[in-house]
Design a protein around this ligand. Sequence first.
Ligand code: ATP
Ligand code: FE2
Length: 336
Amino acid sequence: MAGGGILGIESTAHTLSIGSVNGKGEPTPSHSAFFRPDEGGIHPREAADHHARKAGGLVKQILESGIDPTDVDAIAFSQGPGLGPCLRVGASVARALGSKWKVPIVGVNHCVAHIEIGRQQCGMDDPVLLYVSGGNTQVIARMAGRYRVLGETLDIGIGNMLDKFAREHDLPFPGGPKIEKLANEWHSENLSADLDDYALPYAVHGMDLAFSGIFTAACRLTQRGVPLGAACWSLQEHSFAACIEVAERAMAHTGKNELLFGGGVACNQRIKEMGKIMTQERGGECGVPHPQFCVDNGSMIATLGRLQLLNSGPTPLLSSAVNQGLRTDETDITWL
Ligand code: ATP
Ligand code: FE2
């Protein structure tokens, strides 16, 4: 970096990640540590302890990767939403580095960071965002200075639903990639399969989504003896189609013709394919960032930190407390 660089720290849930952008806003690869529970879901305190243990090593790695503290203008961190204890570790590391390197800190909205890295990577101007991650499932569009949530899950995030289904079937975390693999393997051997034979409840409620019913029904399929691969295929087809339907309605209502994916579930080939087909049929564009920028990463936090620093300045220490329940539409968008 040659001055103007920003370091970004991500710690909302299972991932602790540190990345950066240079003075031109170009991201460098992040260095990450993933907390994987031995069994069950994520316990916030255990994940936070993991992050606290790994933080020093990651800072060392990023310095060894060639980042010079004298080129860093600010330290950005995820201020929310996320798990409180995890967020506090990231915020503490940011305050400590800021104080040591004598640079300001910038607290950013994690969900907005997924959008901004995607816009930058895919060169999109004014997209509808389909944000499909572990904890979040939202359809978002920029209107009147904020990213407005036009539709979202009413219960659990789609990624958490996939992880839960995987866990019920003894597949290790994260479940999404394993479900994708099993679905592909089964479907390639059963190309003429009829989805109606493996029907699940439809997850669309107006502009919103819900996934706990579909999860329970998919578990019932395997309890009835349906092959796991078939259930994985049906689970993907139903839950992804529901997300794409809400995204399409959002595009129609807002008159926007770009669809941008964000969040870890956007690593899935099938949901991307559905998004491409939908946008092609509407004469629009579909953008999918590289997987390293879809999953939680420090570079996206640095990217948004830079935009915020340039347009609305740093975060005063007294306003730097984390906010577990921070909403996508609570952040003023002061940049183009
Ligand atoms: P949030 O952004 O809500 O804090 P998070 O930290 O849980 O979420 P990400 O790192 O964005 O999420 O994504 C992790 C999720 O992505 C997991 O639920 C994982 O199963 C899912 N995922 C990753 N790869 C795939 C895939 N190929 N298919 C489906 N899901 C996937
Ligand atoms: Fe995320």
